[in-house]
Structure formats: C-alpha cells, structure tokens
Ligand binder design. Structure first.
Ligand code: KIV
Ligand code: ZN
Length: 497
C-alpha cells in the first residue's frame, strides 16, 4: 500500500491573507465545502484572534464541515490559544496550530529574545493548547533559515510537550530543494522522538521553488503538506495543492498517495479564483487556461494522433473536459478539421482544402482564429438548410417586472410559438425555445462579448449546449444581445444530429 500524504489546505488562512482576497463567512463556508468534496484532510479555517470575522468563520466552518480536521492558527500566546479553542468548539475533529519563530532573524530582531526562551515559550504554548484539544500542530516559523541543530532541539522539546504534528515552514521561500529536503532528513535522523509526531511542510514560493521544496520534504520523510488552491498565499504564494496532488498521482515510482478527488481540481480552482478575485495565470501548471492547450502545428498534429504524445496528464483527470487546440497560422489541416467537426461541419477533402486556404490567409492577419471566424470561413454553403430558424422574439423585462419571453421558431418549415418566464429575459427565452424542441438540452457555457465598444455595437454570444454526453457550440451576433443569445442557442441545438 502506498504511503498516504496528508493534504492540509490553508487557502482560507495563508491564502486569504493576500490583500484583496478576503472572503466573507458565507463565501468561506462555500470554499470549505468544496475543499471537503475535493478530499482534503485538514482545513486551516483561519486565525481566530486576528478579527471577529475570522473568529466567526472558524465557528461556522466548524459547524458546516464533517470529515476534514478543522485547524485554527495562533501565536505562542495564551489568549490566542483560548480564542482558537473557543472558535473550534463545534468542530467534529479539531486542531490548534501554534508556533513561534526559530531563525536567528526572528529570535533576534522580531521576538528580541534568546534561543532558550523560544524553546520555553514553544513548549508552554503546546502544553497549553493540549489542555483544549488532543491534536496540536507546532510551527517553527522561518525554519527554512533556522540552524538545523537548534531546530532539532526545538522540535524534540515540543514533541515532548505534546505536539502531534511539527510544521517546518520555509516562511520566506529561501531554501533550495536539496537544502529543504536535507533539513527534513536531518530532523528525521536527529530528533529522537520524531516518530511520535508527523512532519509537515509549509513552503512559500518567493523563488518559485515551493512545489519542488515540498516534494523534497515528502521524499525525505514529511507526511503532511500545507498547500493552497492555485498556490495563493502571502507574497508569491504557497505550494499549490493541485501541483502536489498531480505529482503524487502521476509519479507511481514515489509510492505515495493522497485522498484528493482530482476530478474536482479544476472547478475548485475556478471557484477560489472567482471568489477571491485572483485570476489564475494562463500558463499555471494543471489549472491555467493554457495547461492543456496546444498551439504549434507539430504539437497539434501529435496530440490529435495520440494525446500522450504531448500530455502527461489526461485533462479529464483534473476535471477539464478535453485538451484544446488553439488555431493559429501554425495549425495544420488536421487541427482545423478537428475543430470543424466539433462545430458540426463534415467537409470532403476539396472543401477542406478550400477552407484551409482561406483559414491561412485570415490567420496571417489575426493571432488566433476563433469558432465564429471558422463559421464565417466555411460560409453558409456548408451549413445546409437550417432546420430551426428564429422567426419571432418578444421579451418583457425591467425593474420589478417578471421577465417573460415569447419565441416563434420555424421547425422544419412550420412556425411554432411558446411563451415562458425566467430569472431574466435570456433565461425566459431559452426556456421558451426548450418548450419548442423535442430534444433535452442543457446550457453548459454562455459568453457574451461586445465586438466593439459603443452601446449600439454588435454583441457576440457563444454558447455550449449539452445533449447526452456531447457538447454543441453555437454563435449569434446581433445589435440586440437577447436576440444574439437566442440565435446562438438555436444554432447549437440545430447541430444536434
Ligand atoms: O509561513 C509561515 O511560516 C506560516 C506559519 C504561520 C505556519 O504561515
Ligand atoms: Zn505561510
């Protein structure tokens, strides 16, 4: 059996410390519930003494969550520990995370005391926390820049005082991977009672080495990793959960496992990004927009022949439907044809040659060719007779009005009408369309863009509609955004075979 690595998520504590990322209690509960579904083992829910809002969030998360351990942060200060214990009162499984700085910088310039006094305060706080909970994690702040021999003495003392987990943070993100790995190894080999506690990593990304350092910690004996969704956190952030989960899942040679349900990774990433207003960089490993996008012709051809030619992870494993092929001037016929098929076009060789020729001319002028461009390039000639056509659209909406839409749809030459209400005019119109068709469809994605800038300009709508296990794409352009939306919806539905 592979060794389990405990996933300790600190998105709601270290991640939430980022300026502009603050969440209210309801949003924190939403994130905590998603983290539980993702399969994290420990949720660090906050730093209760820091603010009434943090206190309340720890209380409410403790009530809402069943399986993961709920952890609350404190300094090595009695009052902090008392407040954390109170905030955790409803948690089914609880942990207090207390600690103090152990590096020469922190001892001399921050805490302004002596190394011996640090050990005394560390042990006192662990003992005090153990009066309230059975599970106490101790962090040696700035362990990354702490002397290993001294760190080993601190760790031995806090384990004797009752610490169940010992956290070795590289608080400033300074360590090199070998150095951090050697630090963990040193503790494994030189702390006589180390088998009475679990070693935890907590790495920051100031030099872009948080993930590498965390993995070196695990390889050398740590069995808990402190991570955040999308790697958010103080300054350059923390180790990202998704990277560690997928490294462990992909490298069977490590003989490690986590309980992360990796298929929830992408949706969790997007929820955290949206709620915290922190966009995910396009090239971010695992969850970036480009993580499974192929743009060079050679790569596109390779991926279409066999995904594994250029992908080490199946995007489905992290909850992304499929890899994407970005169409540019470097794309080949195979990539264009693949997209055409997704859009519902099945072209013969000559037609494809013709469209490809026009595609290259356009791609020389435009960076990226989108689905709407392709549709225009192929022209109505290949679309055949449309079996569905919007003949009438009338909507009533506005402040205090119930949105109602009447849709007239020509289905195989005959016009049928339907009226429906909804939570907005577009929702009402889509519901009316659904009443007029025989297929069961659901909206997967809906995107409105203004093509230019003025209020009288064209709006472009892109929809993805699900039917069975397939997705159909539709487009609409109109100066009236509701008409564009309904046309896009009908366009997608008309492609269902
Ligand atoms: O980076 C750090 O040292 C921390 C501790 C409070 C665990 O976040
Ligand atoms: Zn930290």
């Amino acid at each position: 059996m592979d060794d389990k690595v405990i996933i300790f998520d600190t998105t709601l504590r270290d991640g939430e410390q980022v300026p502009g990322c603050q969440l209210n209690t309801i949003e924190k509960i939403e994130v905590a519930e998603v983290l539980e579904a993702l399969g994290v083992d420990v949720i660090e829910a906050g730093f209760p003494i820091s603010s009434p809002g943090d206190f309340k969030s720890v209380v409410e998360i403790s009530k809402a969550i069943t399986n993961p351990v709920i952890c609350a942060l404190t300094r090595a200060v009695k009052k902090d520990i008392e407040v954390a214990a109170e905030a955790l009162q409803f948690a089914k499984r609880k942990r207090i995370h207390t600690g103090i700085g152990t590096s020469p910088f922190h001892i001399k310039y921050k805490i302004k005391t002596t190394p011996e006094e640090i050990i005394r305060r560390a042990c006192d706080s662990v003992k005090y926390a153990r009066k309230f909970v059975d599970d106490v994690e101790f962090y040696a702040e700035d362990a990354g820049r702490s002397d290993n021999e001294y760190l080993a003495r601190v760790i031995e003392a806090v384990i004797n005082a009752g610490a169940t987990v010992v956290n070795i943070p590289d608080t400033t993100g300074y360590c090199m991977p070998e150095e951090y790995g050697a630090k963990i190894k040193y503790l494994v080999e030189h702390v006589p009672n180390i088998n009475k506690a679990m070693i935890s990593t907590h790495c920051h990304n100031d030099l872009g080495m948080a993930t590498a350092n965390t993995m070196m910690g695990v390889i050398n004996g740590a069995r808990q990793v402190e991570v955040t969704i999308n790697g958010i956190g103080e300054r350059a952030g923390n180790t990202s959960l998704e990277e560690i989960a997928m490294i462990i899942k992909s490298h069977h040679d490590l003989k490690l496992r986590t309980d992360i349900n990796t298929k929830h990774i992408f949706s969790t990433s997007r929820l955290v990004s949206t709620l915290m207003s922190m966009p995910v960089q396009a090239n971010k490993a695992i969850v970036g927009r480009n993580a499974f996008a192929h743009s060079s012709g050679i790569h596109q051809d390779g991926v279409l022949k066999n995904r594994e030619n250029y992908e080490i992870i199946d995007p489905v494993e992290v909850g992304i439907r499929e890899s994407s092929i970005i169409l540019t001037a470097r794309s080949g016929r195979a990539a264009l044809n693949h997209r055409l098929e997704l859009l519902g076009f099945n072209l013969g060789k000559e037609e494809l040659d013709d469209v490809y020729h026009r595609f290259l001319l356009l791609a020389d002028k435009k960076k990226e060719i989108n689905d709407e461009d392709i549709r225009i390039l192929t022209g109505e000639v290949f679309q055949g007779e449309k079996s569905l056509k919007l003949e009438l659209l009338q909507v009533t909406c506005g402040k205090s009005a119930i949105p109602v839409a009447t849709v007239g749809l020509k289905v195989n030459g005959e016009v049928h009408t339907s009226t429906a209400s909804g939570n907005g005019p577009i929702d009402a119109a889509f519901t009316a369309v659904k009443h007029l068709i025989s297929k069961t469809v659901h909206l997967e994605e809906f995107l409105i863009q203004a093509i230019t800038r003025g209020s009288d300009d064209l709006g472009k709508v892109h929809v993805q509609v699900g039917h069975g296990d397939k997705i159909y794409y539709g487009f609409g352009t109109n100066t009236d955004i509701i008409t564009a939306s309904v046309e896009a919806f009908i366009d997608a539905i008309s492609k269902i075979k």
